[in-house]
Design a protein around this ligand. Structure first.
Ligand code: ATP
Length: 309
């Protein structure tokens, strides 16, 4: 997969306090990265550096090859950012808020009208263009703020805790919206403390603790298409050759009579071949898919490992 963001040796300091220590990471195009970590870990600082709103002490961030801190204005035409605490112009209508942003992004005349129509549609606010922002519920305000952030169809969308304070339905709407934007080609980095939710749509998890990257891993269904995948295989009942077939091609992480967690190299082809082999041998496979370790478990495990070492 092609990379969109290259972060190399990023160091950020507040006066007298180093908040980010030598961070390096690559964010691939078309992915949704969950940025997680405890309070004070550096997530907001990291997102603000990625948004070219803070100048790092050292290190570089490139967006599609563009050094964002040498070209902040140009980079802002290619990314959208929503901070954890945002304000809206409450006396403006939804349409005016979007129009204001469109013009700020130098989209004028027909291009502004098209952008407003597209962004309002993307965040499901087309029927509220004449309503004042101050009259919107929290979930709708959030959607409008995201609509403003994506008005110029950025390559990269950065969202700092967009789900906080939303009810379950509004969070579900947010998940659908982010998945749709990703499907439309946007690359998204989203910070949140609500891991169960991030799991629904994230392809990667970037864990930050005390200003260091603790882990950067592929998660969920995205693992299936990757070169090295963590998989769970489950049988309806034990089969004599289950372990032998698995051992032939994969590393076994955990094993019972009827279930195994394995690590398999070779991408989708190796996965297809293994499933074929199991079925050909008569193994009663009832589940073959990405490891069922959830984001929350993976996060807690990594944090504990990090603290123990
Ligand atoms: P949270 O989950 O609580 O939002 P976070 O992971 O987003 O936290 P940051 O807000 O990036 O963390 O803060 C990282 C560290 O930098 C913290 O120790 C914080 O106290 C410190 N910090 C943040 N802003 C400033 C500032 N303006 N001046 C000095 N230190 C700051």
């Amino acid at each position: 997969m092609a990379s969109l963001v290259e972060i190399r040796g990023l160091v950020y300091e507040y006066p007298g306090f180093r908040a980010l220590h030598d961070l390096s990471a690559t964010i691939e195009k078309g992915t949704i990265t969950a940025l997680v970590g405890p309070n004070g870990a550096g997530k907001t600082t990291f997102l603000r550096c990625l948004a070219a709103l803070e100048a790092p002490y050292s290190g570089t961030i490139k967006l599609d090859g563009l050094n964002i801190h040498s070209n902040p204005r140009l980079s802002h035409t290619q990314m959208g950012y929503l901070s954890d605490f945002f304000g809206l112009y409450d006396d403006l209508t939804v349409g005016q808020c979007l129009s204001h942003r469109a013009y700020a992004q130098e989209l004028v005349a027909n291009r502004a009208a098209e952008a407003i129509e597209w962004a309002a549609g993307a965040v499901n606010l087309s029927d509220r263009l004449r309503q004042k922002a101050g009259e919107l519920s929290r979930g709708l305000r959030q959607r409008l703020a995201i609509g403003q952030a994506i008005i110029h169809k950025p390559k990269l969308l950065l969202l700092d805790e967009p789900a906080s304070g939303l009810d379950p339905e509004a969070r579900d709407d947010l998940a659908t919206l982010l998945t749709r934007l990703r499907d439309g080609g946007m690359t998204i980095v989203v910070s949140s403390h609500i891991l169960a939710e991030l799991e629904a749509y994230s392809s990667h998890m970037l864990i930050i603790d005390k200003g260091h990257i603790v882990d950067h891993a592929i998660v969920g269904d995205a693992a299936l298409g990757s070169e090295s995948a963590a998989l769970t295989v489950q049988l309806m009942e034990p089969h004599k050759d289950f372990e032998k077939i698995l051992l032939h091609v994969a590393e076994i992480t955990r094993m019972t009579d009827t279930a195994a967690q394995i690590s398999l190299k070779g991408g989708p082809t190796a996965q297809r071949d293994l499933l074929k082999k199991l079925i050909a041998a008569g193994a009663p496979v009832i589940f073959f898919g990405p490891d069922k370790v959830n984001l929350q478990d993976a996060y807690i495990e990594r944090m504990r490992e990090g603290r123990a070492s």
